[in-house]
Design a protein around this ligand. Sequence first.
Ligand SMILES: [Fe+2]
Length: 278
Amino acid sequence: MPPSDGMISRKTVLKAAAALGVAPLLIGGGVALAREQAGSGQAPGLTPDCHDGDDPTIEQIEGPYFKPNSPLRSSMVNDGPGTRLTVSGYVFGRACLPISGVLLDFWQADDGGNYDNVGFTFRGHQFTDANGAYKLDTIVPGLYPGRTRHLHVKVQAPGRSILTTQLYFPGEPRNNTDTIYDPRLLMNVRQNGQVREASFDFVLDVPQTPGTPSPTPTPTATPTGGPTTPPSGTWAPGKAYNAGDRVTYSGVSYVCLQAHTSMVGWEPPNVPALWQRS
Ligand SMILES: [Fe+2]
């Protein structure tokens, strides 16, 4: 659907409803999100930066430093050096409805521009909450040769394919010379005391029916296991699985790649980020 003049998008309403924080001091320009304008005694403004039918968030290369099995956590902060950074926002589908239970797997360089390829420093995954929101506590990633400042992330709605992309910071000199950089992936960033607060909303290529009251994942028919094999096995929704756990589903064995609590729509064949056929 094309953007509709004079009509408030669902995303805008959601942002206004979720408004919190203090008046923003934006770094390097950018559009203030409505939720950043509350707390100042003013009604949050409307932010017409998303309409039903918005283009999905673009993909970018994974790069050489992704590794599976990141820990389930929303904070990657440790005792090391670095400027504190929060990254928050929502994950939407094509109709600007938020999606709950979306897997976000972040990885980034440390303050010195190095990736931890042995352990899981500055690696972590989380799921959007019932409102489709996420929040990451971390530090500003350091620079390393050949790249501008960036975060890596994989985003996957239940039963959908993985979006691999990167997020960027406004006002970075290297944004002008990094050939991978794309301004469509710029975060809004403001300074709040000692903490840099960034926001970014993902739009996934997930079809949605406008007017649907609940954005929760719909159960997905899983065709694996052959047409005569009904879905069955040891996998069950609502269970806490750890990396390395093994289950069967429709006669196929899977090993768990990342700790998570299972849910309908997250059946092993649907979520390659969580379950690997074994
Ligand atoms: Fe990187």
